[in-house]
Each structure stands twice: as structure tokens, then as C-alpha cells.
Design a protein around this ligand. Structure first.
Ligand SMILES: Nc1nc2c(ncn2[C@@H]2O[C@H](COP(=O)(O)OP(=O)(O)OP(=O)(O)O)[C@@H](O)[C@H]2O)c(=O)[nH]1
Ligand SMILES: [Mg+2]
Ligand SMILES: [Zn+2]
Length: 294
């Protein structure tokens, strides 16, 4: 049975691409519905091709996923590219939440500042706030192409999902990356040009990379499952050196006396705004946890 990767899916109609570039139109077999399994872009699948003409084929098996996200709905992502820009103005708590989702999925993250051509000090601000957060940063301009050619080296062989607020330039960056390939003589699939808001997840290939374009969002839910808020701190790498060393154990690193994380914040070893937003998120999660049976 042939194997392929799902590169797009809308209204129950999926497109799978084989290694050699051949594409197939497929529908999901009924059994997946009984298993509450919805095929996602990025899924590796086994399929039966349609018998020619306009007839679609069938997705027979969805191979085990290395990772999956509900929003955006993507599978087998190995790196999340969180795109931010001076315009629209960044929402830092959204970045924090995306980073938490990335940690939970056990994948890597990179923060890409786009629209560097607009100037400003946002890149310095991002580096200052996230330097302890085990996340790489890059600054590019998809418009002038500055820094674009350096991106592929940051994602060797990976499946990279571009996510972030609407209008930050995710689609424009992916187009600029695909342009590099076109300039070297190869023809690649392009995203429809124009100032279109992306409505569906789509996967593009660039040499050994898979690039996923996703619709932008302004709200982000880390996960649908409520989790004991004491776990929240474990998604903040900057707290790790102090874990288990505060006066209270467990310590939420919130208002407890003798908290070494709070001391580190006061001594500017941890960025105070990142910690402030953590405290807000912790309060939200504690509230949700108390009401979890309502
Ligand atoms: N000045 C400047 N504008 C840019 C740059 N990159 C993208 N833009 C502009 O920003 C706008 C939004 O770009 P998109 O690529 O559609 O943004 P997106 O993140 O894909 O948005 P959604 O699909 O809605 O999530 C467009 O008008 C682009 O021309 C850049 O590097 N500099
Ligand atoms: Mg887009
Ligand atoms: Zn503490």
C-alpha cells in the first residue's frame, strides 16, 4: 500500500503527497470516525489511490504521530516557529502559551521576528525576555528577504510549523523561503499570492524541510485538558536551576516567602515581565482547576 504525507485537507477531502512528488486526492475511511481520529496535515498515511479520472482514493491507515496539536491541527511537527512582528503588536502572553504547548509536545521552538525592515527594538526585547527560555531567536524581513536564506540552516531536516497572530507574515516568510528554491532552478508549489488571510493548514516542501503554513490566531488555548497548576512552572526552563531549593516544596514560585525564583526575578536573572505573566497564568489555571468539576 502506498505511503504519503497529508499536505492539505478541507471539507473531508485530503491531498497526500508521495516521496516522488505525486499527489493523490483522498477521503478518510469511516473507521477513523469511530476511533475519533481525524486526519491532520503532516500525518504519514497508507492509502489506496482512486482508480483514475476524478475518483478519489481512501486513507487506510494513519501512522503513529510523533507529535500533534489541536490548534493549529498539525501532526508530526518537530519544530514550532513562533512568528512575531512589530505590527500587529505582539501579545507576549500568547508567545508564552505557545512555548508551553511546545514544551508539552516535547518539540523545539524558535521565535522569528519578521518585518525587521520596520525597525524598532522588539528583537532586543524578545531576546531579553526569552534568553533563559531555551528558545532560539532569529530576525528576518520577508519583504526585503534579509535573513531569510539563513533560516533553513536553523531547521535541518525538520517539519516546521509556522504559527502566530494573523498578519505577522507567516505566509510571506514561507513564500520567501520557497523563492530561494525557485531561484536555484527548481520549481516549487507556491502559496496563492496576495494579501490573503490563510484559512487552512498547508504543508510545503523545501529540500529536506517540511514547512507548515497555518491560519493566524489571537487566542490560544494551551490544551483542552485541565492540568494540576503545580505543573505550570515545569514549562519555564528559567526556573529549573532553582527547582526544589525554595523554602517551601512544592513552591509555585508565586508569593511564597523564601522563593529563589522570586529572588532571581528581583536580581534580574529572570525577566520580571515573563514572571508577571506566569503569575497571571498560574492564577487563571488555579481558578480553572478549582472549578474543574463544574
Ligand atoms: N513591512 C513588512 N511587511 C511584511 C513583511 N512580511 C509580510 N508583510 C506584510 O504583512 C501582511 C501580512 O502578511 P501575511 O504573510 O499574509 O501574514 P500571515 O501571518 O500569513 O497572516 P494570516 O494568514 O492571516 O495568519 C501582508 O500585507 C504582507 O505584505 C515584512 O517583512 N515587512
Ligand atoms: Mg497566512
Ligand atoms: Zn519558589
Amino acid at each position: 500500500m502506498p505511503e504519503g504525507i497529508l499536505i492539505r485537507g478541507r471539507g473531508g477531502i485530503y491531498t497526500a503527497r508521495q516521496q516522488d512528488g505525486a499527489e493523490f486526492i483522498l477521503r478518510a475511511k469511516k473507521k477513523f470516525r469511530h476511533q475519533h481520529l481525524v486526519p491532520m496535515v503532516g500525518d504519514h498515511i497508507l492509502f489506496t489511490p482512486g482508480r483514475g479520472g476524478d475518483e478519489h482514493g481512501w486513507i487506510d491507515e494513519i501512522l503513529p504521530r510523533l507529535s500533534s496539536f489541536i490548534r493549529p491541527p498539525v501532526a508530526n511537527v518537530t519544530a514550532m516557529a513562533i512568528v512575531v512582528a512589530p505590527q500587529p503588536e505582539p501579545d507576549f502572553s500568547l508567545i508564552d502559551k505557545m512555548l508551553i504547548a511546545v514544551r508539552k509536545a516535547g518539540i523545539r521552538a524558535i521565535i522569528i521576528l519578521n518585518k525587521a525592515d520596520l525597525g524598532g527594538s522588539l528583537y532586543e526585547e524578545l531576546k531579553a525576555q526569552y534568553s533563559g527560555a531555551d528558545v532560539r531567536t532569529a530576525a528576518v524581513s520577508a519583504k526585503t528577504k534579509a535573513g531569510i536564506s539563513e533560516l533553513p540552516a536553523l531547521f535541518q531536516g525538520e517539519t516546521v510549523c509556522f504559527c502566530g497572530q494573523s498578519g505577522v507574515g507567516k505566509s510571506t516568510i514561507i513564500n520567501a523561503l520557497l523563492d530561494i528554491e525557485t531561484e536555484t532552478g527548481e520549481i516549487s508549489a507556491k502559496i496563492a499570492r496576495g494579501k490573503n488571510t490563510t484559512r487552512h493548514v498547508e504543508l510545503f516542501f523545501l529540500k529536506d524541510l517540511c514547512l507548515m503554513d497555518t491560519p493566524g490566531f489571537s487566542l490560544f488555548t494551551i490544551s483542552d485538558e485541565k492540568e494540576d497548576p503545580v505543573l505550570l512552572k515545569s514549562y519555564y526552563p528559567e526556573y529549573m536551576p532553582y527547582e526544589g531549593k525554595c523554602r517551601f516544596d512544592p513552591c509555585y514560585h508565586y508569593k511564597e516567602p523564601g522563593c529563589l525564583v522570586r529572588q532571581a526575578v528581583q536580581e534580574q536573572r529572570i525577566h520580571h515581565l515573563r514572571h508577571e505573566r506566569y503569575c497571571e497564568l498560574l492564577q487563571e489555571q488555579q481558578e480553572a482547576w478549582r472549578n474543574r468539576y463544574d
